[in-house]
Design a binder for this molecule. Structure first.
Ligand SMILES: [Mg+2]
Length: 175
C-alpha cells in the first residue's frame, strides 16, 4: 500500500527535467500538475524559467499536458497563456485524467511522466494509472485549506516512506 504513494523520482523543480533525461528513460510525453508545480497561485503568468522550460520541451517535440483538479475556466486562462493543452477537473488521484491526457497525446501510459507537488494526488494517481512520476517541491509553501490537510497526511506518509528507503532525497535531475 505504502508503495502506491512512492514517486519514481524526487526532483527539486520541474525546470531540472531535460529532454535528454526523458529520452534516457524512454519518456515521450509529460503530464503535469498546475498549482505549485508549474506556477505559484499568486503568479498565474508563470516565471521566465517556466516559459524557457516549455520552449525547450517544444523544441524537442516533447508534448506537455496539464492535469488539474481545478475548473476548466481557471486552467484555460493559464494554459492558453502558456500554450499548453490541459485536462480540467481530473479528480486526481483518479486515473481518469491521466488516461485522458495520454489518449490526447497518443502516447502509452508507461511512456508518460507525471510531475506534481503532492504525493496524495499527483503521485498516487500516477501510480494507479501506471505512469512514472516525479515529485517536485512546491513552488511556494502556502496552500489552500484542502491542500493543508493533504500536507498533514503527506508528512506522515513521507516519514514511513523514508523509513523503508532512506535514499529518497531531493535531487537535481532524474539521473
Ligand atoms: Mg499542486
Amino acid at each position: 500500500m505504502l508503495n502506491k504513494f512512492k514517486p519514481t523520482w524526487m526532483v527539486e523543480s520541474i525546470y531540472h527535467i531535460t529532454p535528454e533525461q526523458l529520452e534516457k528513460n524512454n519518456i515521450k510525453g509529460v503530464l503535469t500538475d498546475l498549482d505549485n508545480t508549474l506556477i505559484a497561485w499568486n503568479n498565474p503568468e508563470g516565471t521566465q524559467e517556466l516559459k524557457d522550460w516549455i520552449a525547450l520541451m517544444k523544441e524537442n517535440a516533447i508534448p506537455v499536458v496539464i492535469i488539474s483538479n481545478n475548473s476548466d475556466k481557471r486552467i484555460k486562462i493559464i494554459a492558453d497563456k502558456l500554450q499548453l493543452s490541459y485536462v480540467p477537473r481530473s479528480m486526481k488521484p483518479s486515473r481518469r485524467g491521466y488516461i485522458k491526457a495520454a489518449e490526447q497525446l497518443q502516447i502509452p501510459l508507461d511512456q508518460c511522466l507525471m510531475v506534481g507537488d503532492q504525493l496524495l494526488t499527483d503521485v498516487f494517481g500516477a501510480n494507479r494509472a501506471g505512469v512514472k512520476s516525479v515529485w517536485v517541491m512546491p513552488i511556494i509553501n502556502s496552500d489552500g485549506w484542502n491542500t493543508r490537510i493533504n500536507r498533514f497526511f503527506e508528512r506522515k506518509l513521507l516519514k514511513r516512506l523514508l523509513k523503508n528507503d532512506p535514499g529518497m532525497i531531493w535531487r537535481k535531475s532524474l539521473d
